[in-house]
Design a protein around this ligand. Structure first.
Ligand SMILES: [Zn+2]
Length: 433
């Protein structure tokens, strides 16, 4: 189902002229209201009037996470605080948090985009949505919440954590959809099994899962364990929150970017050069309707690819492929670039392994080392030692063959590695450089 038929199916040329009009407006606005943009545009020798076509976007400088930190907390807001009705902040795991603000219209837009996402997942006002994204400064909880209400569905504001209670509610309230991170969906499935509950007999039809990169094999695992369709949603607080792009049930390959509100580019992360559609690179977003916190050419560090082929659902937006990693999450092991999600794909293709793993990176002398810790299934673990050795050899060989990296492997007993209630932290980097 399409929530906003008019905008989601605009002919490309109409969509692009709308994008240009909105882009010109936003560039004018940030130039005249935000000191940071005026300064950087003056330095780059570019004026708002120079934006005559969508291709002119690339004349504008990038905005980076560091720029957001430098202007902490409100330096990039384009409206007075009296017009801001909501503040969110990203978790500042590395350095200062970044703060984002919304006007009333921004919250309206966000709610509509999240409602579009739910509709793309096949949901409507008859559905009950179990929202296990964290409520609070993180955008996930409230973003999904407002979208579910806009759709007219019944929303259960669970937030994250308290897994046993979540399972109780899943059983008692019979939600038909769940929003959470993919790793938490697995945690729930496993915890339910442990409590002796048949998690495949819940009423769940669909999971709207995001906020961390995950693999296709992990999707299958979740779909099997919870007996539901698992769809990928994308967003980041700087750009809006969840609902920047979403998979549809028809295509299930790539997430539609709501291009009437965002312009997406892919660039070479090393040179900043804009890549043609279809080539893998770093995603760059420009928000073209946001009032309080517009961002022009924001470098996300997320690695993906733009798909321009039409989708059978009828939406005319381009799609972005699932994020394969972050350019700053990329591990460089003895000169080889590896994303944790690539290792996950290799692991999940091997029979007898559970989707719980950890990557320990260290440096011995001048050499980087990678140790993969992964849980094996109950039946394999109680099996004879020969079977375990076979699996260990297979992991080493596949990681070497597919990714070109030599790794140590440690097979772990079921349910011994850390579980996550929000975003999974799979990498422990012990290197001090
Ligand atoms: Zn589609």
């Amino acid at each position: 189902m399409i929530f906003n038929e008019e905008f989601e199916t605009l002919p490309r040329e109409v969509l692009e002229s709308l994008q240009l009009k909105r882009l010109q407006q936003v560039v004018q606005r940030v130039y005249h209201t935000v000191g940071f943009y005026r300064r950087t545009y003056d330095e780059a020798g570019v004026k708002p009037e120079d934006i005559k076509s969508l291709a002119d976007l690339r004349r504008l400088p990038f905005t980076t996470k560091q720029d957001l930190r430098d202007n902490y907390p409100f330096g990039l807001f384009a409206v007075p605080m009296s017009n801001v009705v909501r503040l969110h902040a990203s978790s500042g795991t590395t350095g200062r948090a970044t703060v984002v603000g919304y006007t009333k219209r921004d919250v309206d837009t966000w709610s509509e985009l999240m409602a579009r996402c739910f509709a793309a997942a096949g949901l409507n006002k008859n559905d009950i949505i179990h929202n296990a994204y964290g409520y609070g400064l993180f955008t996930g909880g409230l973003g999904a919440h407002y979208g579910a209400e806009r759709l007219g569905a019944s929303v259960i504001p669970m937030s994250g954590g308290n897994t046993k209670r979540q399972i109780q509610i899943l059983q008692d309230f019979g939600p038909t959809a769940i929003c959470c991170t993919p790793s938490y969906a697995l945690t729930l499935a496993e915890a339910g099994e442990e409590m002796g509950i048949d998690m495949s007999s819940l009423k769940l039809r669909v999971g709207i899962l995001g906020a961390e990169p995950w693999s296709e094999t992990m999707r299958q695992e979740i779909e099997n364990k919870l007996n539901m369709m698992a769809l990928n949603i994308y967003g980041l607080s700087e750009v809006m929150g969840p609902g920047v792009s979403m998979e549809c049930t028809e295509g299930r390959h790539g997430m539609h970017v709501f291009e009437d509100h965002f312009i997406v580019e892919t660039i070479n992360p090393d040179t900043g050069e804009v890549l043609p559609p279809g080539e893998t690179g770093e995603l760059v977003f420009t928000t073209i309707t946001k009032e309080a916190f517009p961002l022009v050419r924001y470098r996300t560090r997320d690695i993906s690819r733009i798909i321009t082929e039409p989708c059978r659902c009828g939406r005319t937006y381009v799609r972005m492929e699932r994020v394969s990693g972050r350019s700053d999450d990329m591990l460089i092991i003895r000169g080889v670039n590896v994303f944790p999600s690539q290792i996950e794909s290799v692991l999940m293709a091997i029979e007898g392994l559970e989707p719980h793993y950890q990557l320990i990176v260290d440096r011995v002398g001048t050499l980087d080392t990678l140790e993969i810790r992964v849980e094996v299934s109950e039946n394999i673990f109680s099996d004879e030692i020969k079977g375990l050795q076979g699996i260990e050899r297979r992991i080493k060989k596949d990681v070497k063959d597919y990714l070109g990296v030599t790794a140590g492997v440690k097979l772990c007993e079921p349910k011994t590695l850390q579980r996550f209630e929000g975003k999974a932290q799979r990498v422990i980097d012990k290197r001090t450089i």
